[in-house]
Design a protein around this ligand. Structure first.
Ligand code: ZN
Length: 240
């Protein structure tokens, strides 16, 4: 049994389709989405439809939450704000309700999924170092938890202490805990423009984060044609 675990799609359909194809090529049988299906890019309805049709476990991201609300958009950077206003207007009431009903944390089989942090999942803090990871580990009751939000893939391991792996794959060892950022499918920010997601091979207790090229030119063209800020198209190419 192999899970494809993906998130921070941010309405980038070309990137999501590349992940789906690669997951199929690698015999993934199950899917898990760690949130932020919408926001920033030009295909929120299509991406939401694709994820919903998978019928897989999904947790809510901060952009999913904002897209589902009607309250004024505050405390966001101008790019995110512009894109969220556009996203709210693009989604149907049914799609927005579906987003509103997503849970913040879920357990799937023997692992947990959350968008941002396990210690305060609704506050949308960022886990960017091992001290942030430690706070989440205190609330992690399964050996493995997958998360996203920073758009930067990272594997934190808690044995005696907490360390961040250099590698993008690991065996799951008994007695240790793993807090694994699967990276972003639709808007990577680690300087690598390629889509990111993880494959969790349950039988072999192995996790691998994969990077994939996708049709970035089409995704960029759609952003421009939708009237979204050009900066959102440009940043895809540099992975920032
Ligand atoms: Zn995100």
């Amino acid at each position: 049994m192999k899970y494809a675990i993906f998130g921070d799609i941010h309405a980038n359909l070309e990137a999501l389709e590349a992940v789906m194809l690669d997951a199929a090529d690698n015999d993934c049988t199950d899917f898990v989405c760690i949130g932020d299906i919408v926001g920033y890019n030009a295909n929120p309805t299509e991406c939401l439809g694709l994820v919903r049709d998978l019928g897989c476990p999904v947790v809510k991201g901060n952009h999913d939450e904002e897209a589902a609300l009607d309250t004024p958009l505050e405390g966001l950077n101008p790019l995110a704000k512009h894109a969220l206003e556009w996203t709210r207007a693009s989604l149907s009431p049914e799609d927005r309700e579906w987003l509103a009903n997503l849970k913040l944390v879920r357990q799937v089989r023997d692992f947990t999924i959350v968008h941002a942090t396990l210690d305060t999942p609704g506050n949308w803090g960022y886990v960017t170092n091992k001290f942030d990871a430690m706070a989440s580990f205190s609330y992690q009751f399964t050996p493995v938890c997958f998360y996203g939000h920073t758009h930067t893939p990272r594997i934190y391991i808690k044995g005696g202490s907490v360390e961040a792996l250099e590698e993008m794959e690991t065996k799951i060892a008994l007695g240790k805990k793993y807090f694994i950022n699967v990276g972003s499918t639709g808007q990577p920010r680690d300087g690598d423009w390629r889509s990111s997601y993880a494959i969790y091979d349950v039988e072999n207790q192995h996790v691998q984060i994969r990077r994939l090229e996708y049709d970035i030119a089409t995704a960029q063209q759609k952003i421009i044609e939708a009237g979204l800020p050009e900066m959102l198209a440009n940043r895809l190419a540099v992975g920032k």
